[in-house]
Design a protein around this ligand. Structure first.
Ligand SMILES: Cc1ncc(COP(=O)(O)O)c(C=O)c1O
Length: 389
């Protein structure tokens, strides 16, 4: 991997040491330039689908196919969404809920799954239980199994937990759910883009995807994956222009699209979506296997360094099979916001301080970070821990 060349694609790297990629990524030059090129095209040629539909509509199909290809599915298996929340809402609102139905999510869901699930509970009297996170593959599957009841209808979980960085055994959990006739929705915000992924192989019925973390496309676009066999299990709650296969204004008739695209309605910023497809080319050009290998190398270095600093507690599992690109920790004696501020002002390091059910710092490791940058973060943490130790 030509790190020097790749890093030169990310001019923002000259501003800070970047451990905040799990929030919103920085964007590489070829992807940003494609977005700019499309905006310039708009400036010079006008709205493409209105003036040059014969150019723009085929381009949209190519983009959609590219999105599908990246996840080894068909373009039509994906419905464009603004992000994961919208995809999850689409699924939740497409099911018929009865009081007492049961939904499982994990104890540490991000707002994208957490809020819609609680809202569902309050609207329909659905019972919600939370799956504890377990630092052991089979233990995690067992923890899910223990909570399943004969009313469980949906298991919704983040593939990679937003703050603590646990990577859940997606295939195994989805397999278990399928055996019990339970639907699965997987939030792939922190796994999509890190390694080659086949959504059918992952086993989930539905998945929420994002452009703007580990895929390095501009904020914000996303998609909902719907497994073909599940298409007819989800009612279209919001039918609107773009959801139709055809519409007959004389006889007041219409038919929805036969693919997951029936869940799309209303306009999109297509330059943004085309730029997302461009980021897929960028990542594939580097090689997803190489991206994953480097992610494991950097995160292992960071985690093993953190465990050696007195006063530091690592929350993320050390095993690469149970983690991904985000790792989090706590420094004894420090408020997390103060650690964040000190890292910014004394070392020019950007990371996230989180305060949910517990407090911690989250360091995200994009594959193009340098070993020296990981070491710089470790040295800074060692210094801060020492000041309170
Ligand atoms: C696990 C996870 N899911 C989803 C999101 C965001 O979802 P949305 O784009 O719907 O806001 C984030 C972070 O922004 C996240 O960490």
């Amino acid at each position: 991997m030509d790190l020097e060349r790749i890093r030169s694609d990310f001019p923002a790297l000259s501003n800070y040491t970047w451990f905040q990629n799990g929030g919103v990524s920085i964007t590489p030059r070829p992807v940003a330039e494609e977005h700019i090129r499309l905006m310039r095209e708009l400036l010079e040629r006008g709205p493409m689908h209105i003036i040059y539909p014969e150019e723009e509509y085929p381009r949209r199909i190519r983009t959609k196919d590219r999105l599908g290809e990246f996840f080894n599915v068909e373009g039509g298996d994906l419905a464009l969404m603004r992000g994961v929340s919208e995809g999850f809402q689409t699924i939740l609102r497409g099911l018929d809920w009865k009081e007492g139905d049961h939904v499982l999510m994990t104890t540490e869901e991000e707002a994208a799954l957490f809020l819609p699930t609680l809202h569902l509970r309050d609207l329909f009297g659905v019972k919600v239980d939370k799956i504890p996170l377990v630092n052991d593959l089979q233990g995690q599957v067992d923890a899910v199994e223990e909570l399943i009841t004969d009313r469980t209808r949906l298991i919704a979980f983040s593939h990679v937990i937003t703050d603590s960085g646990f990577r859940l055994p997606c295939k195994e959990i989805c397999h278990l759910a399928r055996e019990r006739g339970i639907l699965t929705f997987v939030d792939m915000a922190h796994s999509a883009g890190l390694y080659p992924m086949d959504l059918y192989e992952e086993g989930c019925d539905f998945a929420g995807l994002l452009s703007y973390k580990w895929m390095y496309a501009p904020y914000a676009s996303g998609a909902l994956f719907v497994r073909k066999e599940r298409l007819d299990d989800i009612r279209v709650t919001y039918a609107g222009g773009r959801a139709e296969a055809w519409a007959d204004w004389v006889n007041d008739k219409f038919e929805l699209k036969s693919s997951a695209e029936r869940f799309e309605y209303g306009p999109w910023s297509w330059p943004l979506i085309h730029a997302w497809a461009c980021s897929m080319d960028y990542l594939s050009g580097i090689g997803l296997d190489k991206i994953w290998d480097r992610t494991v190398l950097l995160t292992s270095r960071l985690k093993s360094g953190l465990t050696q600093i007195p006063g530091v507690t690592l929350f993320t599992p050390e095993a690469p099979e149970l983690s991904a690109a985000v790792q989090s920790f706590h420094v004894a004696g420090w408020e997390v916001d103060d650690v964040k501020t000190e890292l910014q002002s004394r070392w020019n390091i950007e990371l996230k301080a989180f305060k949910t059910t517990y407090h911690g710092l989250r360091a995200s490791c994009p594959f193009f970070l340098l070993e020296e940058e990981v070491d710089r973060l470790l040295e800074a943490i060692r210094t801060l821990a020492g000041e309170k130790g």
